[in-house]
Design a protein. Structure first.
Length: 141
C-alpha cells in the first residue's frame, strides 16, 4: 500500500461510524494493491477517493444500493485530473469486477467507479451510468 490507506478509503462526511471489519479491510488492501496503487503509479498524479468502504449505515444514508460492493470493501469511486484516461488505463491494465463511467460527458466521466473481488471470478463488467427521467441506468460499453 504505497499511495493509499484503509483509513483514507473509510473516510466519510456522514458523521456515522465507518470502520471496516477484518474481511472488509482485507478486501480494501486487495483493492489498493491490485488497482489503486498501480493506477496512481501509471497516472503520475494524485487520485482522490470520493467513496470507498461504506458501513451499512453509511451506505443507506448516501443512498447506495443494498448490494453495493462498497459495503464489502471491494469498491471505490475515484476522481483525478483526467478521469477518461484513468478509466481507460484501468480497463486495459488491471483485473476488476466492475468499471463504471459515472455520468459526465462522452469525453469524461464525473468520476470512475471500480471494484474487484479478492476471491471468485471478476466479471470485467464495463458500464456507463446515465440519468434517464430521473433514474440511473447502466449501459454496457
Amino acid at each position: 500500500m504505497k499511495y493509499f490507506s484503509i483509513n483514507e478509503l473509510a473516510r466519510t462526511d456522514t458523521r456515522l461510524p465507518n470502520m471496516p471489519g477484518p474481511e472488509e479491510a482485507a478486501n480494501l488492501e486487495h483493492l489498493i494493491d491490485a488497482v489503486l496503487d498501480p493506477a496512481r503509479e501509471a497516472m503520475g498524479c494524485p487520485i482522490r477517493i470520493n467513496s470507498g468502504y461504506r458501513s451499512p449505515a453509511v451506505n443507506k444514508k448516501v443512498g447506495g444500493a443494498s448490494t453495493s460492493q462498497h459495503v464489502r470493501g471491494e469498491a471505490a469511486d475515484l476522481d483525478t485530473t483526467d478521469n477518461a484516461k484513468l478509466f481507460s488505463w484501468i480497463r486495459a491494465n488491471v483485473d476488476f469486477d466492475q468499471l463504471i463511467w459515472e455520468f459526465g460527458t462522452d469525453r469524461s466521466p464525473d468520476w470512475v467507479h471500480v471494484s474487484i473481488k479478492r476471491s471468485g471470478i471478476n466479471r470485467k463488467s464495463v458500464l456507463r451510468a446515465k440519468k434517464a427521467r430521473g433514474t440511473t441506468i447502466y449501459v454496457k460499453l
